[in-house]
Ligand binder design. Structure first.
Ligand SMILES: [Mg+2]
Length: 441
């Protein structure tokens, strides 16, 4: 058989309602039922995932739990268990890799595979083999949608075409017709702002987008990204430039009873400790700390940006990796909070940035920057020892000063876009897979 130029070169795999399916996988009693996964045991929090049964009843991801309950009175709510999902994610990768090697992990429930010509030629039969392997290793509830196409962008779009449990092979020669009905706002990387810019340039449909000249795309995007996007859309790989790590940060929405100055400070300390531990697992040092807070939960659809009060402060120090330096800087930040902030904080963010690689800092420079090298070395040693102990006994095992767990747990272990936490990010000792955490409301 000769290679056909229309054979797909990328396979994109996206799990359906991943956190909700994971809960149903681990607890068979939840299967076939409307389930909502929330970050906190509170009806005022949004569902970070809803099961397909709940979706069929009209409940969307991000719906507040109390609204979802009104929509679907027998909906079951469970608290997210990130450590369990991360372990499942790792097992899933192993199973997928028995069929086809993974090129990139794009999120906790999305991976892309680069296909050899022999794999591409198998077409949807390859997708079916992956699904069979996953079903055998896990359970029928843990389904995924698979897209196969010439490029990662097209494969991701193809995976979105048929959900849940879909498999779609998108051929470049069938474009733009095959996606003529696709709203361009559904394309990965096309946000609200870009839809507006495209509309201003007279582009409102997929065929119009597809027909753009590379030069036009660059002008609309305002950078080379537009040209890359168009290339991928036309079936030519445009490798992403891998972004270098530029910060370590954590945010936290504060429960009602965690908005007093002392508690906000306590929460910020925990966020900082977690960011610092992540930093120390790299060979990087930070020289800046940003502390920020805002007045109310930001909801993109309803609340306008202007209604949210924001405050931010930045502190500087010599390139460091020890808790004491970071903690001292944070305390200066809180002096500024007490002086300047006049609103009740609803969320707090702590970020370590201004990163330099250890290797880029010469010993002399470091000594020149630090007023007391010996003191710094000592505190770095203390921080390393504490990290080692936390890794062995759980991260609540010890901390500088007192430590009150923030409700909801998992400080710093939030599963954000593109960052999958490591086992060491989790506060408590690992939970059992089958130990569903039912909400009390
Ligand atoms: Mg998904």
């Amino acid at each position: 058989m000769t290679a056909n130029t229309s054979d797909p070169e990328r396979l994109y795999l996206d799990f359906d309602s991943f956190f909700a399916s994971a809960e149903q996988h681990f607890n068979p009693a939840l299967r076939g039922k409307p389930v909502g996964v929330v970050a906190l045991d509170s009806p005022h929090t949004g569902c970070i995932a809803v099961s397909r049964e709940a979706k069929l009843l009209g409940v969307k991801t991000n719906t507040l739990a109390k609204d979802a309950r009104r929509q679907v009175p027998d909906m079951i709510f469970v608290v997210a268990r990130p450590d369990v999902y991360v372990r499942l994610h790792k097992r899933i990768l192993e199973v997928v890799e028995t069929i086809v090697p993974i090129q990139h992990v794009r999120s906790i429930d999305e991976v892309v595979c680069a296909l050899l010509p022999s794999e591409g030629r198998q077409g949807l039969a390859l997708a079916a083999r992956i699904k069979t392997a996953l079903r055998a290793a896990f359970s029928p509830v843990l389904t995924c949608s698979i897209g196969m196409a010439a490029t990662e962008l097209l494969a991701k779009v193809a995976a979105e075409r048929q959900k849940p449990d879909g498999a779609v092979l998108l051929k470049t020669q069938d474009l733009p017709g095959a996606l003529a009905d696709l709203s361009i706002s559904k394309l990965p990387g096309i946000g609200e702002g870009m839809v507006t810019r495209l509309a201003a340039a007279g582009v409102t449909s997929f065929p119009e987008l597809w027909a753009l000249a590379p030069k036009q795309a660059r002008a609309i995007w305002g950078n080379v990204e537009g040209e890359r996007f168009l290339q991928e859309l036309h079936g030519t790989h445009a490798p992403r430039s891998e972004t270098k790590k530029r910060m370590f940060g954590h945010s936290r929405v504060l429960p009602n009873d965690w908005r007093s100055p002392e508690r906000v400070e306590d929460c910020a300390k925990q966020l900082l400790a977690s960011a610092a531990r992540r930093l120390r697992r790299t060979d990087l040092r930070a020289s800046k700390l940003t502390l920020s807070t805002r007045s109310q939960r930001f909801r993109s659809s309803r609340a306008k940006n202007a209604e949210v009060e924001r405050w931010s402060w930045e502190g500087h120090f010599p390139p460091s990796r020890d808790d004491r330096t970071f903690r001292r800087c944070l305390m200066q930040g809180f002096e500024a909070v007490r002086r300047d902030v006049r609103f009740e904080p609803h969320a707090v963010t702590v970020t370590l940035h201004g990163l330099t690689a250890e290797a880029d800092i010469t010993g002399d420079l470091l000594s020149a920057l630090s007023d007391d090298t010996q003191e710094r070395d000592k505190w770095e040693g203390v921080s390393d020892v504490m990290d080692t102990l936390r890794a062995r006994f759980g991260s609540n095992a010890l901390a500088l000063g007192t430590h009150d767990a923030v409700p909801g747990g998992y400080v710093g272990a939030k599963i954000a876009f593109g960052r999958i936490p490591e086992a060491e990010d989790f506060e408590a000792a690992p939970g059992e897979d089958g130990d569903t955490h039912f909400c009390t409301f």
